[in-house]
Design a protein around this ligand. Structure first.
Ligand SMILES: Nc1ncnc2c1ncn2[C@@H]1O[C@H](COP(=O)(O)OP(=O)(O)OP(=O)(O)O)[C@@H](O)[C@H]1O
Ligand SMILES: [Mg+2]
Length: 261
């Protein structure tokens, strides 16, 4: 996993974003980042610093005023099928079953059922949702709902996975378990991942690199390469002295910033 990939899959150069309104908000200022193929990169930063905005810009969902954003060498002009986005809150439709929700994207793309049905079957097993296919989202636990939301995106086989605090609303134990599951899936499928999180431990456990953003207007102010062996397991990784060092370094960096409102 290269630290400075020669051909980035995601490239953001000097991006500016200001939200107009009664009170103009300068969300991002001169943001730079480059993410190589199959890299797992996390973003940490204080609340309100523009992390979700940055993810939405990369996903082609939000326009920006300055700079350049490209994916696979092409300027981002709008949403594209190579990118899957898992949002801060689940985007499942409450009136559809888990299976219908997970099939929705494939159906909208008019993919034949013979293509997506076996994939869905496999994902249900991988994400521990077997037996819950006909349940509705409100009949699931928070962790299961989040797994289903991730399954919805994985069903479309995106090359790039953008995740905005996918486990933010979960208890610590469920979150740890889902982190392990996410790593297992990534180790098998090796998508290029950009994950926004508030958890320093989660960022260190999962990532090849962690980017730290400043308070608003957000900029990437620090990049730390996580040089820990893979495959990673929670028990063995926590015994590695480097793990503690990364946590301490990121904690002191994050301690400098106050959340923005
Ligand atoms: N659609 C919008 N219209 C106006 N202002 C917005 C909009 N979306 C975000 N903002 C503003 O941009 C700033 C950055 O918001 P953003 O949601 O990107 O922060 P964040 O880093 O994801 O925060 P959190 O960690 O709390 O999720 C905030 O001040 C927010 O109020
Ligand atoms: Mg956010």
């Amino acid at each position: 996993m290269s630290q400075h990939p020669s051909k980035p899959v995601i490239e953001v150069r000097q991006v500016l974003k200001t939200f107009a309104g009664k009170r103009e908000v300068k969300a991002l200022e001169a943001v730079d980042l480059a993410i190589g193929a199959h890299e797992f990169v996390s973003i940490l930063g204080p609340s309100g610093c523009g992390k979700s905005t940055l993810l939405r810009i990369v996903a082609g969902l939000t326009p920006y005023q300055g700079g350049e954003v490209s994916v696979n060498g092409r300027a981002v002009m709008g949403p594209s099928p190579e990118i899957g986005v898992v949002f801060q809150s689940s985007n499942m439709l409450p009136w559809l079953t888990v299976r219908e929700n997970m099939a929705l994207g494939a159906r909208l793309r008019k993919l034949p059922e013979s293509v997506w049905a076996p994939k869905l079957e496999q994902l249900m097993g991988m994400l521990g949702l077997k037996g819950f296919e006909q349940h509705h989202p409100h009949q699931l636990s928070g962790g299961m709902r989040q797994r289903a939301a991730i399954g919805q995106i994985l069903a479309l086989d995106p090359q790039i996975l953008l995740m905005d605090e996918p486990f933010g609303a979960l208890d610590a134990l469920t979150r740890d378990r889902l982190n392990v599951e996410l790593l297992r899936i990534w180790q098998e499928q090796r998508q290029t991942v950009l994950l926004v999180t508030h958890s320093i431990a989660e960022a260190v456990f999962l990532s090849d690199r962690v980017l730290v953003m400043s308070g608003r207007p957000g900029r990437v102010v620090k990049e730390i390469t996580i040089d820990l062996p893979r495959p990673r397991r929670p028990e063995s990784i926590k015994e590695n002295p480097r793990y503690g060092e990364y946590i301490a370094e990121l904690s002191s960096l994050m301690g400098v910033f106050k959340d923005e409102h």
